[in-house]
Design a protein around this ligand. Structure first.
Ligand SMILES: Cc1cc2nc3c(=O)[nH]c(=O)nc-3n(C[C@H](O)[C@H](O)[C@H](O)COP(=O)(O)OP(=O)(O)OC[C@H]3O[C@@H](n4cnc5c(N)ncnc54)[C@H](O)[C@@H]3O)c2cc1C
Length: 506
């Protein structure tokens, strides 16, 4: 079967790798010179920086992403790490001497004695959800069924609550609510929009201290958070090399302009230079609305799919500032990655994002040291610093290009409170705005991580109303993220019916 894939981001590459493995002919098309979409690197003055994902789950070879890669013979070197969290009043950083898996719980009880009962209830809820996550991958033995029932009963009282209701029920102090809800602002989600069962998975304790074992009773139990040594781009590079090694093609710096549809069936792709590629199956990704209204044509969709396209909500953008520095900033920030929240008003922060108001770093920002895991990113004796914030895709007042220098200066000023002397040590600077991301991802609206994880929201399904047309990538998944996009593409491949001998037309 000849499969033409529009977009060599993680979604397209993962689908393509499955197809190449099973002997299909794969043609990848991407507007960029390198494969990977947001996982490609930004470069400036001899430094390299990651523009997309930083810390990833599921990469161990006994976890689904790592296992899939290993099945293709791809073995990426990874290293566990953790992240710090700071609020305007207190920080939650792993203690110098390891204090056990529940140090955050104890620290929160010390900080918020009036909420001790709620904190304990939260961690019982957390334990039950982690248990359910673990058991979902185990044999359905009688004892596992009983364990599942016990864990389910522990979370049942909360099943109809959103994150705001849940955290208000448990915690009287808004500062404590921020500890767990804060990450939702990154997704541009109001705590009211997200089911409370999401909270433990976006606040897994292993993410906050790399010494907390991922194993329990000798079995892998919790997700572990890892960096890819040498940088995240190694993952798309390896997938692309695998596809090429199996006879696939990568048409780089090429834009797909139209999906050719005949009698309700995708039959090929027209490129921007007018060439037409015949295909037995076409795979699209990226911005769902751009893809289906622009490349496919809404007339080929049905009402149900059109409604999903109209209703689902993509996330907003990020403003990224990459700096090359001639000193070692990691003496001031122990973790490679730290979230610095500046406000407790998450709803206000999300409203600003949605209405085009940029908070200039005041609602929060993140500092990341990419060369900790990828020493080649910086010349000898120098280091990389990435500072970034979530931001609106379009500014209500002005545009990104004309304001980016001013906004970058503000981020440097804020970050200097964490990394003293920063501004005097900058030797290279690269600013990446929402406009740059729109170009990189070929989207009319930049949306950094996929779709807002709104409770019960339906995202564009992989199987589309057009026969032989599949949709993959971050906008087909709730919440997005590397493991979800990769595993989603594998699921799309399964749904396409290609794994069972290849060639079944949908
Ligand atoms: C700043 C940032 C931080 C992130 N942090 C994390 C993290 O810490 N952990 C995590 O798990 N995930 C994270 N993510 C999310 C994760 O990286 C993405 O969800 C995932 O990489 C998206 O892959 P994709 O294939 O859907 O899309 P993309 O990476 O956008 O790739 C799509 C590709 O298709 C190309 N394309 C689209 N249409 C066309 C066309 N018509 N013609 C030619 N080419 C086309 C685009 O140019 C692009 O190269 C982050 C993302 C960003 C941006």
């Amino acid at each position: 079967m000849r499969i033409v894939i529009i977009g060599a981001g993680l979604g397209g590459l993962s689908f393509g790798a499955c197809a190449a493995r099973d002997g299909h002919e794969v043609v990848l098309i991407d507007r960029n010179a390198e494969p990977g979409g947001v996982m490609t690197l930004a470069r400036e003055g001899g430094f390299s920086f990651e523009q997309g994902p930083l810390i990833l789950t599921d990469l161990r070879e006994d976890e689904p992403v790592g296992a899939f890669l290993a099945s293709l013979g791809i073995h990426l070197e990874t290293v566990r790490d953790d992240r710090g969290l700071s609020t305007p009043d207190f920080g939650l950083f792993p203690p110098e001497d390891y204090a056990g898996p529940d140090w955050r719980k104890k620290r929160l009880e010390e900080l918020f004695p009036a909420d001790r009962k709620g904190i304990r209830a939260y961690y019982r809820f957390y334990d039950a959800l982690m248990e359910l996550r673990f058991l979902s991958g185990q044999k359905k033995s009688l004892s596992n069924k009983l364990r599942t029932l016990r864990a389910y009963l522990a979370i049942k009282p909360y099943e109809n609550m959103n994150c705001r209701e849940f955290t208000e029920k448990l915690f009287s102090d808004e500062r404590l609510r921020l500890v767990f809800n804060g990450i939702l602002a990154d997704f541009c989600a109001d705590p009211e929009e997200v089911q409370c069962f999401t909270l433990p998975f976006v606040n897994t304790e292993t993410a906050f201290d790399k010494r907390i074992p991922a194993e329990k009773d000798g079995m892998l139990y919790y997700p572990s958070y890892r960096y890819i040594v040498g940088g995240c781009q190694k993952l798309p590079e390896a997938l692309c090399a695998y596809i090429l090694g199996r006879g696939g093609q990568f048409l780089s710096q090429t834009v797909a302009q139209k999906v050719l549809v005949e009698d309700g069936k995708a039959v090929g792709v027209r490129l921007d230079d007018g060439r037409e590629l015949a295909a037995d199956l076409v795979v699209g990704c990226g911005a769902a609305r751009d893809f289906f209204t622009g490349l496919v044509g809404e007339e080929h969709l049905d009402d149900a799919y059109r409604k999903i396209l109209r209703d689902f909500r993509p996330m907003e953008a990020v403003f990224m500032l990459h700096l090359g520095v001639d000193y070692d900033p990691s003496v001031f920030q122990k973790q490679s990655l730290c979230y610095y929240y500046g406000s407790y008003d998450l709803r206000g922060a999300v409203e600003k994002l949605r209405s085009g108001v940029y908070h200039r770093g005041e609602d929060g920002y993140l500092i990341y040291f990419p060369d900790r895991h990828a020493p080649d990113f910086a010349p000898p004796g120098r280091h990389c610093v990435t500072i970034y914030t979530v931001c609106p895709d379009r500014l209500r007042d002005g545009d990104w290009e004309s304001r980016k220098e001013e906004y970058a200066d503000e981020l440097i000023r804020l970050a200097e409170a964490r990394l003293p002397g920063l501004s005097a040590h900058i030797v290279a600077k690269k600013i990446v705005t929402a406009e740059d991301y729109r170009r990189l991802t070929h989207m009319k609206k930049s949306s950094f991580g996929g779709t807002v994880p709104v409770w019960k929201q339906q995202n564009p399904p992989h199987l589309t109303p057009v026969k032989n047309l599949i949709f993959v990538g971050q906008q087909s998944e709730n919440g997005g993220g590397v493991p979800i996009v990769l595993l989603g593409a594998l699921e799309a491949y399964r749904q396409a019916g290609l794994a069972d001998g290849g060639g079944r037309i949908l």
